[in-house]
Design a protein around this ligand. Structure first.
Ligand code: HEC
Ligand code: HEC
Length: 448
């Protein structure tokens, strides 16, 4: 009798204990599920789930002129890193020493590894791009650099209009902006009817002093890959900047952080996130109000909002080719020239930012904790941005220190796909060093 009672007690206690443990997790998972279904535009968790990278049919926002195929994505995966395309440098010494990836380094979540990317006109790499410096042979105004921190080229299938100001792309948010497409030769491409990535990449190849033709495709070893990727395009148009841009766009659409803990949690693995990450996620989708702007599967939005951050020229860093007159300081308004768009920037995606180290378009913050503190305080740091432009959703949040810790942990690790370098190639067809091929970079990367 006594023995049975004790056994029952032990069994009962064990059940109570295990229930308790499960119940805590379940409550938090349930709370997160509830907040997600409330914030999801479709009312379903599925809204936040990214497709598999090879699930081509389900990659959103594809260009009807350039549907994703495996052959294109494979070609783009090499061309994006191919230093052999760098044949139009300012000075011959830099020929074939830089690539798109000079400013979009995979181990830095496809940003530059520094506050500003510099391709032609710079030398060196360090471990992740942080040690790249101007080549003394170049004047500061002669290097290829832009007046904003590079956007990460990840999760781009959720981007219909490229750049912080959204200037590239004929559709999406650019419908109705046709009047400004002739303001410079770069934007005129929007008249041809391309999605943001296809338009951006064609112009980026020119801006970043690269080129492609049949001779280059052949000599670097890409001709047969172009033939496989673009069989429907006549041979005399097959090896061009346009097809190079198309291949890179297809590759971009496959770079998805679909193995991040939050993604795995959404797909049903409740153990994929820690309790702290789950608490941070709940805050993101409730009290902290982040979802009011960041609310797609990549947590970006094709919208422009002003939160009053400083510009790159105002930073303490040694930056090139930007100053108080830079159009990039005016955000969307620098492109549309409309008063209501001034100082508004595209709502960026939020995955894999942990290692980026420089946040916002002007690199004014150096940690995600600082970013969270900035949103919590709700006070614009850039006093030249008129208060009337600042989003009404940018306001003091009243988060506690613990809540800010939780939110930071969700951003840093809940949204971090540790295996992002699976999207980088092991080698490019030319056999050259990449993403850079100058003597210092080669030494830094152990290419020689
Ligand atoms: C010199 C550095 C540099 C090089 C080289 C470079 N980029 Fe970028 N990239 C940037 C910067 C800076 C931005 C953000 C600029 C802005 O929005 O005003 C950017 C933004 C982008 C975007 C927009 C992403 C988004 O979310 O809207 C795409 C796409 C892109 N780059 C593709 C490329 C391709 C393709 C190449 C090679 C042809 C390339 N980049 C080469 C610096 C560079
Ligand atoms: C009013 C809309 C809005 C809200 C609300 C908002 N964001 Fe943002 N967020 C933006 C915009 C716009 C940018 C880019 C601003 C810039 O660089 O000029 C941005 C940038 C960021 C960045 C930097 C990304 C990068 O690549 O540098 C992070 C991180 C971020 N937001 C996280 C959050 C978090 C966390 C919250 C909630 C506490 C939040 N955001 C709330 C609009 C918003």
């Amino acid at each position: 009798m006594k023995k049975i009672a004790i056994t029952l007690l032990v069994v009962g206690a064990t059940i109570a204990l295990s229930c308790k443990k499960d119940k805590v997790t379940t409550d938090l998972d349930q709370e997160l599920t509830t907040s997600l279904t409330a914030s999801s535009p479709t009312g379903s968790l599925g809204h936040y789930i990214m497709p598999a990278s090879d699930d081509y049919a389900n990659l959103p926002n594809q260009d009807a002129k350039n549907p994703v195929t495996a052959a294109k994505a494979e070609l783009g995966k090499l061309l994006f890193f191919e230093t052999g395309l760098g044949v139009h440098p300012k000075y011959a010494v830099s020929k074939e020493t830089y690539s798109c990836s000079s400013c979009h380094v995979p181990s830095m979540s496809f940003t530059a590894g520094r506050f500003q990317g510099v391709a032609d006109g710079a030398i060196g790499f360090g471990d992740h791009g942080e040690a790249r410096v101007k080549n003394p042979a170049y004047g500061g105004s002669e290097v290829d650099a832009q007046g904003a921190r590079p956007l990460p080229t990840i999760n781009l299938t959720y981007v219909t209009n490229a750049l912080w100001a959204g200037g590239f792309g004929s559709f999406g948010t650019n419908v109705g902006t046709e009047d400004v497409w002739n303001q410079d030769t770069l934007l005129a491409i929007n008249h041809k009817g391309f999605e943001g990535l296809e338009a951006n990449n064609q112009r980026a190849l020119v801006v970043h002093r690269q080129f492609m033709d049949r001779q280059i495709a052949d000599s670097l070893g890409y001709k047969s890959m172009f033939d496989e990727a673009f069989p429907e395009i006549p041979e005399n148009e097959r090896y061009t900047i346009k097809t190079t841009a198309f291949a890179i766009a297809a590759y971009f659409r496959t770079i998805l952080t679909n193995q991040a803990p939050f993604q795995n949690w959404l797909k049903g693995d409740e153990a994929a996130m820690t309790e702290q990450q789950k608490r941070g996620a709940v805050l993101f989708f409730t009290k902290a109000g982040c979802y009011n702007c960041h609310n797609s599967a990549s947590l970006n939005a094709m919208r422009y909002e002003a939160i009053g951050v400083n510009n790159l020229f105002q930073s303490p860093y040694d930056v090139f080719r930007t100053d108080v007159y830079d159009l990039r300081n005016f955000g969307r308004g620098g492109f549309t020239k409309r008063e209501e768009d001034m100082f508004k920037y595209k709502v960026p995606q939020l995955y894999n930012l942990k290692h980026v180290g420089f946040y916002f378009h002007g690199a004014s913050k150096t940690s995600l904790r600082q970013v969270v503190e900035y949103f919590n305080a709700g006070v614009p740091e850039n006093t030249t941005v008129p208060a009337s432009q600042i989003s009404s959703k940018f306001r003091p949040l009243g988060l506690t220190e613990d809540e800010m810790d939780d939110l930071t942990e969700f951003l840093e690790n809940g949204l971090y796909d540790v295996n992002i370098e699976r999207y980088a190639p092991n080698a490019v067809m030319s056999g050259y060093c990449f993403p850079n091929n100058d003597p210092q970079s080669k030494r830094d990367m152990g290419c020689e």
